[in-house]
Design a protein. Structure first.
Length: 165
């Protein structure tokens, strides 16, 4: 029995010794961070205005206002465009954290201008924002389709521009 007891004691001691080495602990460290960005501000400084247009009696035509600070207007040859002084692209001053990348949405929300029950198709386009210094102006221009014998009226429509990180 003593031999059996000695063998059991040696086995228990070996198991403890091996178990201590097998239960090796390891540590790792992580860092928690948070970056706070400046709140984005968007302020409209001018509206999109296609100016005064006289339609053709036989064919439709397009009027385009460029999405630039000049808001240059071009008219198809069959249209008569007047009122150049009132023509402008829409302009929005945008401020955000310097060097940030943002997305602009809302330019597809307006598809027509209306005057009572009369409509004209419109599509909008925006300029590219460069926020490397923290602010820039977003210009919005567009293409307006004027129908042949388009009814007289003041045609309007609203759009909302959203700028998000």
């Amino acid at each position: 029995m003593t031999k059996l007891f000695k063998t059991a004691a040696l086995s228990a001691t070996a198991a403890l010794a091996l178990g201590a080495n097998a239960a090796h602990a390891a540590d790792a460290t992580a860092t928690a961070t948070a970056q706070i960005l400046e709140q984005i501000t968007v302020t409209r400084t001018s509206h999109l205005n296609f100016g005064t247009i006289v339609p053709d009696t036989a064919a439709s035509g397009n009027v385009t206002v460029a999405a630039t600070s000049a808001g240059t207007r071009t008219c198809d040859a069959n249209l008569t465009c007047a009122g150049a002084a009132s023509v402008s692209s829409a302009a929005f001053d945008v401020t955000a954290s310097a060097g940030s990348t943002v997305s602009v949405t809302g330019l597809t929300g307006l598809t027509q201008l209306t005057s009572g029950t009369d409509t004209m198709a419109v599509s909008l386009a925006g300029s590219t924002l460069d926020l490397s210094l923290g602010s820039d102006t977003l210009y919005v221009g567009g293409d307006l389709t004027v129908g042949a014998n388009q009814p007289t009226g003041t045609y309007t429509g609203n759009f909302t521009v959203s700028v998000n990180y």
